[in-house]
Design a protein around this ligand. Structure first.
Ligand code: ZN
Length: 463
């Protein structure tokens, strides 16, 4: 039966019923991936779970050669292309039971401390939920699920550079968090690279004059970075570790390396800062008579939120009923929240402008609208997608308030029943946002209009 598109409220209620009916399957996928964490570039199993599921639901699955375990699954023959992006990589060393004490499942093993077991599932719900709504209403669109591996590493940049997103009309995703909000805040652009110096070994006691120390070059280069900090645009950050400091003190180091991140408010600023970093590398070479080489590891553009899409996501988040916690889920959240030092709890809220008074509660049980005009120091590979097509995203409160990503608490929470409910809520919200975009073409037109002002895409890795 074809429904009138003005019956949007009825549609959101039908969607909620559809998602609830399939809740067991969705939750089992998220739990399965949480129980089998795979780090970046090794997500063979997790990727297969999604490919098999989507193929069984009538999606056409295409694996991409640009990145192992990346793929696109598409449903529908015509109409606008609405894309949802799903991630599934875990973090090394973060193994943690679904408990309120630090308790690794396997010491030293990976764990889903960024909640990507939920992220993939929520985006799956979004794709299947939108297909459900289109089938109900007879409206046309092409629905895509992009399988995006290695978010914690290289990310989807090779896919963006290969043009895999170019024909998308609207791209959307979400991230597990401690609040429900459209992701209106920007993220920083970054570049991760290793500078290696080649010197000349000699006996440090017998013939130091014959050696040229690669470690001296690393230290002089690092020193130049320390002085440069003051004279780069606000929002520029440098972080580094010496990844190779030579072999033994009595050998003048023949080789030494430093792994450095440059972060800046936008991709163009990363390119500008790198011109100066290059000069500092050359200066260190000259001072020490060594030779430098640069290996680019990864790099992400800043995320540019598309306002019409973000507004649509907010509307959808408000239309879809929020999950309700059981008394046990509230208790679990309260205990886990206590394990974050009170002073550290603000770190998740302050940067995005969310009120700190929220911290009086264990869980965020309403829809906020935070982050307008803010920028965080972290980076996301969704940023590169936002340069090529109109992109929006949201956060859902899968974790207790004050719990941040990449902690044992977020890993513990990501395996909980509450997190599964919140991930399904995120998926239903994005499905409904996709439906609003398809049913109101003027919104997609406005999204495209706004996107015309986004600078031309140039990966920070092509520096
Ligand atoms: Zn993440």
């Amino acid at each position: 039966m074809t429904k009138n598109i003005s019956e949007n409220r009825a549609c959101s209620a039908d969607l909620a019923v559809f998602v609830a009916r399939n809740a067991e399957v969705y939750d089992s996928i998220a739990r399965d991936i949480w129980e089998h964490p795979e780090v970046s570039h090794e997500e063979a199993r997790s990727s297969a779970v999604y490919r098999e599921r989507l193929a069984a639901r009538g999606f056409r699955v295409q694996e991409f050669p640009e990145m192992p375990y990346s793929f696109c699954a598409e449903w529908g023959e015509s109409g606008p292309v609405i894309a949802f992006m799903g991630e599934y990589d875990a973090l090394p060393g973060m193994s943690q039971a679904c408990a309120t004490e630090r308790q690794p499942v396997v010491a030293g093993a990976p764990g889903h401390a960024c909640g990507h077991n939920l992220l993939g599932m929520g985006s799956l719900v979004a794709a299947e939920g939108l297909v459900f709504l289109l089938s109900q209403t007879g409206m046309r669109a092409r629905v895509r699920f992009y399988g995006c591996p290695a978010e914690e590493s290289l990310g989807r940049i090779p896919l963006v550079k290969a043009g895999r997103f170019n024909d998308v009309d609207a791209a959307m995703t979400w991230h597990p968090a401690d609040v429900n909000t459209p992701h209106r805040y920007r993220t920083s652009a970054n570049l991760s690279f290793v500078v290696s110096f080649q010197g000349k070994a000699s006996h440090a006691g017998m013939a130091p004059h014959a050696g040229r120390s690669a470690l001296d070059a690393v230290q002089l280069f690092n020193l130049s970075i320390e002085f440069m900090r003051e004279h780069v645009p606000p929002g520029t950050l440098f972080h580094y570790v010496i990844s190779d400091g030579g072999a033994k003190p009595n050998i003048v180091p023949e080789h030494a390396s430093v792994h450095l991140y440059v972060r800046a408010p936008d991709a163009q600023s990363v390119h500008e800062v790198m011109k100066r970093v290059r000069k500092a590398i050359h200066g260190a070479e000259l001072m020490t008579e060594t030779k430098a080489s640069i290996e680019i590891k990864a790099g992400k553009c800043d995320f540019i939120p598309n306002t019409p899409i973000q507004d649509t996501i907010l509307e959808a988040m408000t239309a879809i009923p929020l999950p309700e916690p059981t008394p046990e889920e509230i208790e679990f959240a309260r205990e886990l929240q206590k394990k974050v030092a009170p002073a550290d709890r603000q770190a998740t809220l302050a940067p995005i402008g969310a009120p700190l008074s929220l911290l009086k509660q264990p869980l965020h049980l309403e829809v906020g609208d935070f982050g307008e005009g803010k920028r965080i120091g972290g980076s996301l590979d969704t940023g590169d997608v936002s340069y090529v097509v109109p992109t929006g995203q949201m956060n859902a409160a899968t974790w207790p308030l004050g719990v941040g990503a990449h902690t044992w608490q977020s890993c513990a929470a990501s395996g909980s029943a509450w997190a599964m409910k919140a991930a399904r809520y995120a998926g239903a919200s994005l499905a409904y946002a996709g439906f609003l975009l398809v049913s109101k073409p003027e919104r997609l037109a406005r999204a495209k209009d706004e996107h015309r002002s986004v600078p031309t895409y140039r990966s920070t890795m092509d520096y």
